[in-house]
Ligand binder design. Structure first.
Ligand code: ADP
Ligand code: ZN
Length: 730
């Protein structure tokens, strides 16, 4: 089917990235344009990016219609992408322009095709041969027809750039202009992968067959950390490449991509395209364009890679599919895991959800047979899942202001004697979560948020984890004016490190917390260094739970296993269960067996008991039964509505009005709860009120929400955001 093409002067509808509520009419430019073409159009005095969405509506005065200013040098958007963006917009109640912005997040798409100078072997023979000249020609001969930039060639040959320029003048090297956005080197799916164990081979066969079917299919690939999930899904990637389709692997954490890309390179002989916030702007544009032109076979990226313009996507892998970072919490509120399943539908592709501890949603879908399920049994090689035990903190004798129990301390000492590593896990950044005045009891809070300031000794400041505001640590209590009585309460990783240093003065400590590293690269380097034995004790936040490989690590001590169970979050139990198992999974990956010790004040708590028992299916069954009884996700549907404004009265007034005029929701049998102050009632000076909507699984929730919200006029400066399937409740 050839794409629909508009002739010059035809009226076309252009969706722009500007926040307008409709597609605008324009006249097609000289030479016409195709549906899906990326274009620049005039809008008022400006020129903005857009895409030809379809025929124009023609309801606008024809004589005033402006013409499309330019058609960009980029592959037109395909019908599948058009469909996907429309469906995500409908599902998340996001305006289409915001979707288009998400799908065009590469700089300079509007710039003229960029070129750069490249150098290849020329025909002529130089008049005089020197050592340096010979080296240049040898490099060019060795790499066949490949071309180099001036800098690359000079570096390869170990000569100055003048030598190359001299050869150009003689015609022995040719200088040409080439497009700057070059295709990625081809990946070879037929290089030998690892010899798979029998259950790995069964799983890989199933995934390969799915890929060959070229139809939609979803699979939960479940196995403990180290069981070879990555090895297995790389075989599905290989099959995808073999049949000439593209593959996308989503990872939850940028710091993981380095290690992963190296593995991909070993498996396929070349590097995959990379897409996340740490990638340079020019490289982003290259990836975006090459994905659309088919010059990138495999993309490894963060959640937004899902909105790249793949030409023929055959496989999406969502690694660590339970990870909460797949939920985008500002701007377009989408869950990349769910949208990956949707995109796979649209593209007739396979989606693989890989995890040791799947989300309850995914587990339920697998139980119901909507997703296929592949289990990888034991860990690869001699490593086994660590022994898990609780340390009952009610019976431990702990001086105040310390958090490492004598039992845990003895266990750490034992590992150190054997030259093994120990990890102390505490999911709290900074030095202390609370700073209190011992004279008046005042707790230092953020000026613009309803949150306490967290002390960061490393930065020598207090910081608000909601808005990022910082201030110096005061000497004097801002409430009662007494000096010298401010005290830190509770531990963060920095304080825990202090305690560990005092307890183990001879140990080399490493603290892994996202705020302690200036860049993803610095973090990657630290992780690599630790993995090769650069530290005896690792102190870390949840950053360490995500798939890093520490082969020398044999003990994991969880400082506060109860932490995640506090609060009323729907997913508190699920998250604690997953996090504890993930963290424990860091121990004993190599030959030495591992142990995980959980410090808890409530060893009888059902979640703690389930973690220790290691009976995952029992945990999921119990959790599913509870959610089913309560009619909450994944058995019912929810939407979170947050109203925010500097004017506290305005948010409560609108919230109350919304609760009253709930006709559109009642008609579909949905219920509204609230308005109530949001758990964090003020962020950045904006008061926050929330409503919760609960509906049956089959109810047409989005349409009802849209109709409901459309009844209200928002006062200036009041923001309304609707979060479908909310993940966090703040
Ligand atoms: P997961 O993704 O489940 O955590 P990985 O695929 O990363 O597991 O495997 C863990 C480690 O074991 C990796 O270093 C991997 O290369 C190795 N491994 C897994 N399966 C095999 C195999 N069949 N042969 C050789 N090494 C393997
Ligand atoms: Zn704040």
């Amino acid at each position: 089917m050839s794409p629909e093409v508009f002739a010059e002067g035809d009226i076309v509808g252009v969706l722009t990235t500007e926040p307008l509520d409709r597609v605008l009419d324009y006249r097609a430019p000289e030479g016409g344009c195709a549906v899906g073409a990326f274009v620049i159009v005039p809008l008022g005095p400006r020129r903005v990016l857009g895409v030809v969405w379809g025929p124009g509506q023609g309801d606008f005065d024809r004589t005033k219609l402006r013409q499309v200013a330019a058609v960009l040098d980029a592959a037109p958007m395909l019908p599948g992408m058009h469909d996907f963006l429309t469906r995500v917009a409908d599902y998340t109640l996001t305006p289409l322009p915001a979707m288009l912005r998400l799908a065009t997040r590469a700089p300079g798409l509007g710039a003229p095709p960029a070129t750069r100078r490249v150098y290849r072997r020329g025909d002529a023979v130089p008049d005089r041969m020197t050592d340096a000249r010979a080296r240049v020609l040898a490099v060019l001969d060795e790499f066949g027809g490949l071309s180099f930039t001036l800098g690359e060639l000079a570096a390869q040959a170990g000569v100055g750039t003048g030598v190359i320029k001299g050869l150009v003048a003689q015609g022995a090297v040719s200088e040409q202009e080439a497009p700057r956005d070059l295709p990625f080197p081809p990946l070879d799916p037929d290089l030998l992968g690892k010899a798979l164990t029998p259950d790995q081979a069964v799983a890989a066969d199933a995934l390969r067959a799915g890929v060959r079917g070229q139809a939609y299919g979803a699979t939960l690939l479940k196995g403990v950390t180290g069981s070879g999930k990555t090895e297995v899904y790389l075989e599905a990637v290989a099959e995808t490449l073999r049949i000439g389709r593209q593959a996308l692997v989503l990872l939850p954490e940028i710091a993981l991509t380095g290690e992963f890309l190296t593995r991909v390179e070993e498996r396929f002989g070349a590097r995959a395209a990379e897409w996340h916030s740490g990638v340079t702007q020019t490289e982003r544009r290259r990836v975006w364009k090459m994905v659309g032109e088919g010059g990138a076979q495999l993309v490894v990226g963060a959640r937004s890679a899902l909105f790249l313009p793949f030409r023929d996507l055959g496989l999406i892998v969502v690694d660590e599919e339970h990870d909460t970072s797949y939920k985008q919490e500002d701007g377009v509120l989408y869950n990349a895991r769910d949208m990956a399943v949707l995109r796979a539908h649209v593209e007739a592709a396979q989606v693989v959800l890989a995890s040791a501890t799947p989300s309850l949603e995914t587990w339920v879908n697998a139980e119901a047979g909507k997703y296929a399920r592949l289990n990888l049994g034991a860990r690869f090689g001699p490593a086994v899942m660590p022994q898990m035990d609780a340390i009952d903190m009610r019976t431990e004798d702990l001086p105040s202001g310390t958090w490492i129990s004598p039992t845990l301390r003895a266990a750490v000492a034992q590992r150190m004697d054997k030259g093994e590593q120990a990890l102390l896990f505490l999911n709290r950044r900074g030095y202390a979560p609370v700073t209190i005045c011992r004279a008046c009891g005042h707790q230092i809070g953020c000026e613009t948020c309803d949150a306490r300031m967290v002390e960061h000794r490393f930065l020598k400041r207090l910081m608000c984890h909601q808005c990022g505001a910082t201030k110096p640590m005061p000497e004097t209590c801002p409430s009662c004016g007494v000096t010298g009585r401010l005290a830190a309460v509770g531990p963060g990783v920095e304080r825990l490190a202090e305690e560990a240093a005092a307890a183990f003065p001879q140990a080399r400590l490493a603290v892994l917390s996202s705020d302690l590293f200036g860049s993803a690269r610095a973090l990657k380097e630290a992780i690599a260094e630790i993995a090769t034995g650069g530290a005896d004790i690792i102190i870390g936040t949840q950053l360490v739970a995500k798939g890093h490989n520490f082969p020398l690590l044999t003990l994991v001590g969880v400082i506060d296993a109860d932490l995640g169970l506090q609060g009323s979050d729907l997913r508190a139990a699920e998250r604690t269960f997953a996090l504890m198992r993930q963290v424990a999974g860091r121990a004993g990956r190599a030959e030495a067996p591992g142990t995980a010790l959980l410090q808890t004040f409530q060893p009888e708590h059902p979640v703690i008991r389930a973690i220790l028992a290691g009976d995952e299916d029992a945990f999921w069954r119990a959790e599913a039964a509870e959610r089913k009884a309560a009619g909450v996700p994944p058995f019912g549907r929810m939407a979170g509505i947050v109203l925010s404004s500097p004017d506290v009265q305005a948010v409560f007034d609108l919230g109350a009005a919304m609760a009253r005029k709930d006709g559109p929701l009642r008609r579909i049998g949905a219920q509204v709860w609230g308005p109530a102050p949001a758990p964090i009632a003020r962020i950045r000076g904006r008061h926050r009120v929330r409503l919760l909507v609960k509906a049956d699984k089959a109810a047409p929730l989005q349409a009802a929400l849209a109709e409901w919200a459309a009844q209200f006029r928002l006062p200036a400066n009041l923001r309304l955001s609707i979060d479908i399937d909310p993940q966090s409740f703040y």
